[in-house]
Design a protein around this ligand. Structure first.
Ligand code: NAD
Ligand SMILES: O=C(O)C(=O)C[C@@H](O)[C@H](O)[C@H](O)COP(=O)(O)O
Ligand code: ZN
Length: 363
């Protein structure tokens, strides 16, 4: 393929695939070389992203499929649900799409998670490609094969592990991303520091202003390192038997905030930002890290424009929502904690301690 781009491979045996990171990838037909050609290519996107990048992508795909069609979903986390997922199936069936049909997820994590789940289910599995257009999706959700929809009782409760054939992260798409969404994406970038790479945490601290100003080199490096860490984790533990849980740092608190407030009130990245502050505080109360680590992460989350205190909700509904977390075993809450800077693990935690942390961070 011509043109400057960076690439790395996620090593999963017969399910291995490449992640390409570069400018203008969506419009470059050669970025799709080697992917299956078929009668139908179905672009799943939403009503915000379709007018921005839909046509561009359709042109790049025109030579690959006799028919390139779009399924345009309503935008937002509130629509990551059964009725919206069904719209994808309705379209595939109405157009007599067969099992060679390729689905293309064009958008952020919501579109990516739903398209992946639809691909896993339609005719028991059709190929799909991730085309992430948010920072969050480029550093996290497009990689690793977790696909899902939400349930009112809990985030991502209905889903499947199903890997894409390729990930194309087009850096140019980040130019149109609203600032609040950029901050949300930074939450998942920051996450990789305390759990896996203290040097990367230092790099983020030093380069946060450049990232927030969208300097292309800084963004490319943050995306590359984030994907490397995620590929390293998922390559060892695709289905979260153990190690992969570290990618859930901040998510037990974060998912509870999202569910209790109502999906879409706080963005996923905002809830994870606040959740990481609570999770490092929990780590400190367990005697694993010191106050300096708590202050360091809190300061970075704050600088990234993310909340560090809980929204005005009572603790009980949050605890209830946390009991639904996928890491809970035999009714026992389990949290990802930082064990030392750059290293994380999973611990069963007493509910009393969790309540103390919630109280310390109440609005
Ligand atoms: N599968 C995983 O491993 C994984 C990892 C992290 C998060 N997630 C999931 O991802 C979702 C969050 O993803 P997200 O933060 O990308 O949110 P999102 O998909 O809702 O996208 C954020 C907003 O940005 C808009 N948008 C997307 N690309 C744009 C662009 N280039 N220019 C302008 N606007 C654009 C979207 O329409 C939306 O309004 C959550 O549902 C979360 O649970 C999944
Ligand atoms: O890829 C993973 O594994 C993650 O945990 C990444 C998270 O950022 C992401 O939000 C994921 O969807 C959460 O997974 P869940 O299993 O807690 O729903
Ligand atoms: Zn996440």
């Amino acid at each position: 393929m011509t043109g400057p781009h960076d690439s790395l491979r996620i090593d999963l045996g017969e399910r291995s695939y490449d992640i390409l990171i570069g400018r203008g990838l969506l419009g470059r037909a050669e970025a799709f070389d080697g992917l299956p050609r078929s009668r139908h290519g179905i672009v799943v996107t939403n009503d915000t992203v379709a007018p921005l990048y839909g046509e561009h992508l359709a042109r790049a795909l025109a030579a690959r499929h006799e028919r390139v069609e779009q399924v345009v979903l309503p935008d937002g986390e509130a629509h990551k649900d059964w009725p919206t997922l069904n719209r994808i199936f309705d379209h595939l069936l109405a157009e007599a799409c067969d099992r060679k049909t390729v689905l293309y997820a064009l958008g952020g994590g919501v579109v990516g998670d739903m398209t992946g789940f639809a691909a896993a289910c339609y005719m028991r599995g059709v190929p799909f490609v991730q085309l992430p257009t948010t920072l969050l999706a480029q550093v996290d959700s497009s990689v690793g094969g977790k696909t899902a929809i939400n349930h009112p009782a809990g985030k991502n409760m209905i889903g499947a592990f199903y890997q894409p054939l390729r990930v194309l992260a087009d850096l140019d798409t980040l130019a149109t991303l609203p600032p609040r969404e950029l901050s949300a994406g930074l939450a998942e970038v920051i996450k990789y520091g305390p759990i896996a790479d203290e040097a990367f945490l230092g790099w983020i601290e030093a380069n946060l202003d450049a990232l927030m100003q969208r300097e292309p080199e800084a963004l490319a490096r943050a995306i590359r390192r984030s994907c490397e860490i995620k590929a390293w984790v998922v390559g060892q533990d695709e289905r979260e038997a153990g190690l992969r849980a570290i990618l859930n740092f901040g998510h037990t608190f974060g998912h509870a905030i999202e569910a209790v407030l109502g999906y879409g009130q706080w963005l996923h990245g905002e809830a994870v930002g606040c959740g990481m502050v609570l999770a490092i505080e929990l780590s400190a109360r367990l005697g694993l890290v010191g106050d300096a680590e708590v202050r360091r992460l809190t300061r970075l989350v704050e600088r990234a424009g993310l909340p560090t205190r809980l929204p005005p909700v009572a603790p009980e509904p949050l605890i209830e929502a946390m009991r639904v977390d996928k890491k809970t075993e035999d009714g026992q809450l389990r949290f990802v904690v930082v064990e030392a800077p750059g290293r994380a693990g999973l611990r069963a935690v007493d509910e009393g301690l969790v309540r103390e942390v919630l109280a310390a961070h109440a609005a």
